[in-house]
Design a protein around this ligand. Structure first.
Ligand SMILES: *Cc1c(COP(=O)(O)O)cnc(C)c1O
Length: 381
């Protein structure tokens, strides 16, 4: 499972996911308390307003949007691709006045363009993705963009589905108002149970809105009853929450610092292996996402052919990308293990040559090894 999510889960997470407990008892209350405490560390926030969501990352996204925006709310969506576009779409559906800042593929918005768009639209809410999984672009100036938006009085919603716990993100220090994530990517938990954190300012807007959120399940005030008062909202996916609890515990045990270093080291080694095969990385280095690596397709092969062949012949799953001429290899959570990298580079090289593309397989594997061992020498120093 080396695609763009879901990613493999550790045994402890799988085991937790087999257990069903009372959704309202003392044990669940303790689990929820610990999930929030650990999530605060992972989000790097002291905010009280951390909640879980029964649903995919998109449900957390919709929870952010539908609680903060309503008919007439001015929303500026910085659109880098498929997932950041989804936030604009959701804002439109709740009746907000949405303006998009459309950024060209494989590029990030310049700070000037963002400043001008903010000046022009005076948004109450700005949405942006930290890592755009679809075209593998990393919004590396996220912190500066948040500062611009905050200075203009906007609340900032950040999609960190593929980046949370894989790349540094500091909710409080960067001034972010809402961070959302899914379970099945960076956190290496199961799909279907997600997390969201609101800043005090964002929570104040949610608390004081006059018309209630039309999405009953995603109403943050109703959800608070479960996530903060041990009361009933809807029946929580208890097994999934236990799995998430275990996944967060593993992140805390590893520490964010070491986890970021593991992801960086593995992703750079993979990138170097892929390049040495003779294949082209899709995104320029200046805004290249580490969590998901995009690889340009050589002439004459399609993403579907490559993904099918590598799956059937080598039992490695990788992903295409919504019509873009690339395949993607994930580097999130459990995917960032050396044995997975060797198997993947080997399988990708063999697949390409099976399909008639000339690649240098020994050079790819050697570059991977070289990069990993240089990384461990560095780490031992
Ligand atoms: C996967 C992903 C999503 C959507 O998550 P789902 O769980 O499929 O709803 C949103 N944003 C980003 C950046 C993603 O990578």
């Amino acid at each position: 499972m080396m695609g763009a999510g879901p990613v493999p889960i550790p045994d402890a997470v799988a085991k937790a996911n087999t257990v069903v407990i009372n959704h309202l008892g003392d044990t669940m209350a303790r689990v929820i308390h610990q999930v929030k405490t650990m999530a605060r560390y992972v989000f790097q926030t002291r905010s009280n307003w951390v909640l879980g969501v029964a649903g995919p990352g998109s449900a957390a996204m919709e929870m952010a949007i539908s609680n903060l925006a309503w008919p007439g709310t001015r929303v500026l969506s910085i659109v880098n691709g498929f997932f950041s576009q989804r936030m604009a779409e959701m804002a439109g559906r709740v009746g907000a006045e949405v303006t998009t800042l459309d950024v060209a593929d494989r590029q990030i918005a310049s700070l000037e363009a963002v400043a001008q768009a903010i000046e022009r639209t005076r948004p109450a809410v700005v949405t942006i993705v930290h890592g755009e999984t679809s075209n593998t672009v990393w919004n590396r100036e996220l912190k500066e963009i948040v500062q611009l938006a905050k200075a203009a009085g906007a609340l900032v919603v950040v999609d960190a589905v593929c980046t949370l716990s894989t790349m540094p993100l500091e909710m409080d220090a960067w001034g972010i108002d809402v961070v959302i994530t899914g379970g099945q990517k960076g956190l290496s938990s199961i799909p279907g149970v997600s997390l969201i954190a609101f800043s005090d300012a964002a929570w104040e807007r949610v608390r004081t809105r006059t018309a209630p959120n039309t999405h009953w399940c995603l109403d943050a005030i109703l959800a608070e009853n479960f996530w903060h008062n041990a009361g009933y909202h809807y029946t929580a996916p208890v097994s999934g929450v236990l799995a998430l609890h275990e996944a967060l515990r593993l992140v805390c045990t590893e520490t964010l610092e070491k986890r970021f270093a593991r992801h960086l080291r593995c992703s750079l080694a993979l990138q170097s292996g892929v390049s040495a095969l003779g294949l082209a990385l899709y995104t320029p280095q200046t805004c290249r996402l580490n969590s998901v690596v995009g690889i340009g397709l050589p002439e004459g092969v399609t993403a579907r052919e490559v993904c099918n062949h590598i799956s059937q012949q080598y039992q490695v799953e990788i992903a295409g990308s919504f019509g873009l001429p690339i395949v993607r290899i994930g580097q999130m959570g459990e995917q960032c293990r050396e044995h997975n990298l060797f198997r993947t580079v080997h399988a990708l090289g063999r697949t390409m040559s099976d399909l008639g593309v000339k690649v240098d397989l020994p050079a790819g594997v050697a570059a991977l090894e070289e990069s990993l061992s240089a990384g461990s020498r560095e780490a031992r120093r």
